[in-house]
Design a protein around this ligand. Structure first.
Ligand code: SF4
Length: 195
C-alpha cells in the first residue's frame, strides 16, 4: 500500500526508492486485459448502443479500448452486436479467424445469443454456432451499462487466463452470462473499476 499511496500522491516520482516484482505471465495478462481493441463489427440495432458505449458519455477509452479497429488483424475482441444472418455467418467467422490471438467474443443482445424474435431460417439461432462466445450480454438492446459490464467481465477473464485455458482445453468460449443493467432514468457516470 505504501507504493500505491506514493504513486497516487506523487505520480511516477513516487516509484523512487521502490520496486515491484511480478511474474512476466501475470504482467502480460494484465496488460492484455487493459489494452484490448474491438473489431468494428456492428450487425443491427444493437450496434447503435455499442457506438454509444464508445462515445463521450460512456467513453470506453477509460478501459484502454478507445479504438475500434477496421482491420481484424489489429483487433482482439469481437462484439457481435445484432442478429447474425446465415449469409453473414461465414464472413463473421472469417473476421474472427483473422483476429489476433488470444481473442475474446461478446455476444451482445438476444438476437446474437439466440436468434431472439427472429426464429426463422434466415437467422443463426445463436452465434455460438459460429464462434466461441465468452460473455453473453442480455437485453434488446443491452444498455451501454450492460455492455460495459460485459466488457469488464471479459477483461477479468483475460486477466485470470480463463479464456486461453478454455480455448486450449475445449476450443469453447468461457460461456459467462451476466445480468442486465437497466439504463438509469437520470444518467449517472459509469465508474472506472466498478464491475
Ligand atoms: S437484440 Fe434487439 S436491439 Fe439487438 S439486434 Fe436484436 S432486435 Fe435489435
Amino acid at each position: 500500500m505504501g507504493i500505491v499511496n506514493d504513486v497516487r500522491e506523487n505520480g511516477l516520482a513516487g516509484l523512487e526508492h521502490n520496486f515491484i516484482t511480478a511474474k512476466v505471465e501475470d504482467l502480460v495478462k494484465w496488460s492484455r486485459s487493459r489494452s484490448s481493441w474491438p473489431a468494428s463489427f456492428g450487425l443491427a440495432c444493437c450496434a447503435i448502443e455499442m457506438m454509444a458505449t464508445g462515445a463521450a458519455h460512456y467513453d470506453i477509452s477509460r478501459f484502454g479500448m478507445e479504438v475500434f479497429r477496421a482491420s481484424p488483424r489489429q483487433a482482439d475482441i469481437m462484439i457481435v452486436a445484432g442478429r447474425v444472418s446465415q449469409k453473414m455467418a461465414p464472413v463473421l467467422r472469417q473476421v474472427y479467424d483473422q483476429m489476433m490471438e488470444p481473442k475474446g467474443v461478446i455476444s451482445m443482445g438476444v438476437c446474437a445469443s439466440s436468434g431472439g424474435m427472429f426464429n426463422n431460417y434466415a437467422i443463426v439461432q445463436g452465434v455460438d454456432q459460429v464462434v466461441p462466445v465468452d460473455v453473453y450480454a442480455p437485453g434488446c438492446p443491452p444498455t451501454p451499462e450492460t455492455l460495459i459490464h460485459a466488457i469488464e467481465t471479459l477483461h477479468q477473464l483475460i486477466e485470470d487466463g480463463e479464456i486461453t485455458r478454455r480455448r486450449a482445453e475445449t476450443g469453447a468460449g468461457a460461456d459467462v452470462h451476466i445480468t442486465e443493467i437497466p439504463a438509469a432514468a437520470t444518467p449517472v457516470p459509469v465508474l472506472l473499476g466498478v464491475r
